[in-house]
Design a protein. Structure first.
Length: 102
């Protein structure tokens, strides 16, 4: 499965979100991690029958598509909010924004 963001980058966004209570990008990152776990599980799941293999393959394909969409979503929201695309650092204006509990 293709990945635009590595685990360290996703964790960096989540860590900043926890400090500054900017939950939306962090929620997307968490969803990406969950999709990666689901995909890995489906790829590695033991399959005893043709039907089992088809079920796991179908879930893995759908997960890969959802993962791609969520990474594109993260890329867009980071652009919209003005995050530094090289360092994935939250912009100062979001650090001062009143937050909501995560």
């Amino acid at each position: 499965m293709k990945e635009q963001f590595n685990p360290a980058q996703l964790s960096k966004v989540i860590d900043q979100a926890l400090v500054y209570q900017c939950a939306c990008p962090a929620q997307v990152c968490r969803a990406i991690f969950e999709l990666r776990d689901l995909y890995e599980y489906q790829i590695n799941c033991a399959s005893d029958s043709v039907n089992d293999k088809l079920v796991h393959h179908t879930i893995a394909q759908a997960t890969a598509k959802a993962h791609e969409q969520m990474e594109e979503c993260l890329k867009k929201i980071l652009e919209i909010e003005g995050w530094d695309q090289t360092t994935l650092t939250m912009p100062e204006n979001l650090k001062k924004k009143p937050g909501k509990p995560l």
